[in-house]
Design a protein. Structure first.
Length: 258
């Protein structure tokens, strides 16, 4: 079933449509960083493109968009991901990777491309679905871990297997042209937004790095080194890039029982 937005998963643990953030009280058509509560961590977008993080920061600033409770207008430049898909994309059959997604128009670096939307699950249901898979099944469950300044980790599980959007057709690449950013609009449940890492020409296949190592500092990635037993479950990578690691990224945390 096609859904442009995240929906509550079968376990009902999390409702991504619930509005829990208070809105800003800006009465201007577009919010300004020094006066808007949604922009207290800095401006998110410039000319409808994601602003690059300052190198000296050493981390990625959280992105909060204006929401349903805000008094600013729909034309506010801090409303981008919530507007949904604005580009012409095409699902197509690849030679080795099954279905893929490509763009039919030029995409400028920093542009929002699409979300990875689906059922938002709790940990137990995500693990149950992963463990029920066989080696021949396609895995669409994504786990996004955000490492907080306090040392804590926030986890988000999204599964577009049964309900999802066009993002489910994106393939992995070891040299991708998209990167994923958790963007929060109405609540702490993030939207998994994909932005252009570089200028992308019409006709190019769109891809991102499933491991998240792309666009993240090396020390923030916690992908485990697979054991020989795990190797049997790993799937080969056919991205064809010069830096291809031969296998799709691996995270065994959902396969084992604590």
């Amino acid at each position: 079933q096609y859904s442009p937005d995240n929906v509550a998963g079968a376990d009902g643990d999390i409702d991504p449509t619930e509005v829990t953030f208070p809105g800003c009280s800006c009465l201007t058509s577009s919010c300004l960083p020094h006066s808007c509560s949604c922009l207290r961590r800095g401006e998110n977008y410039s000319n409808s493109c994601l602003r690059a993080a300052e190198e000296e920061e050493g981390y990625t600033r959280p992105v909060f968009e204006c929401n349903a409770m805000c008094q600013c207008g729909e034309s506010c430049q801090n409303r981008l991901v919530q507007r949904g898909l604005q580009l012409r994309l095409e699902v197509f059959k690849t030679e080795k990777k099954g279905w893929g997604l490509r763009t039919l128009e030029f995409i400028a670096q920093g542009s929002f491309v699409c979300e990875y939307a689906g059922e938002v699950l709790g940990f137990k249901e995500a693990r149950r679905r992963i463990q029920a898979q066989t080696s021949k099944d396609s895995n669409y469950v994504i786990v996004v871990r955000e490492h907080l300044h306090s040392g804590g980790v926030m986890e988000t599980f999204v599964d577009p297997t049964y309900t999802g959007n066009v993002g489910r057709f994106l393939n992995h690449s070891c040299e991708p042209n998209l990167f994923m950013v958790p963007v929060r609009v109405d609540s702490m449940v993030p939207r998994l937004a994909l932005f252009a890492a570089t200028d992308i020409s019409a006709g190019e296949e769109l891809s991102y790095d499933y491991s998240g190592r792309f666009h993240n500092p090396p020390n923030s990635v916690r992908e485990q080194k697979p054991s020989e037993e795990d190797d049997a479950l790993r799937k080969p990578c056919y991205c064809g890039s010069h830096t291809c690691t031969s296998f799709l990224p691996w995270d065994s945390s959902l396969f084992s029982t604590p």
